[in-house]
Design a protein around this ligand. Sequence first.
Ligand code: SF4
Length: 189
Amino acid sequence: MNGPGHRIVVWVQGCSLACPGCFNPGTHAAAGGEATTTAALVDRILAARGPATAGVTFSGGEPFQQAEALAEVAAGLADRWPTGTRMAFSGYRLEELRGPTAPPGSAALLARLDWLVDGRFEAQAGPGQRWRGSANQRLWSLGRALPVAEAGGPGEAEIHLTPDGQVLLSGFPDARLRRALSRALASLA
Ligand code: SF4
């Protein structure tokens, strides 16, 4: 749902871009999340792999507002898991990430990524194709080639039921699914 194949997803905490209608408002505050070190995060990602795990995806929040740390993580993964692919979602456009006002570490992180989905979420642009929340967002191949069959088609979503009773919605659910799930959960409350 968050890139090609089965993937480990790292959701970073903090985003100041404030796209109206953002699907992840709980990730906007800089405070929160789970503190860790880059080395510990690399170890944790590697330990979480299964035989079918294709790679890791950085999402958020805004990964490029922590680009220096994530570039270290991506470098560690490149060394210790060279076959694993690396992808990121960003509200910045690629031109911003390559320009003079790019957040620190952006070039180093871009250099370690295979694929990037870029751009603010713009609800008025309409839904995007797979992995893109809105139609203005773009999918870039920066490293390894993207399997062509993977990139088209509509968005997909996953619903996770955790052992402690939480319901987590991930991926790119359309508005009808989000509303239906909210109603169903409200009726159980
Ligand atoms: S960049 Fe992403 S996380 Fe940040 S406000 Fe926009 S959609 Fe939300």
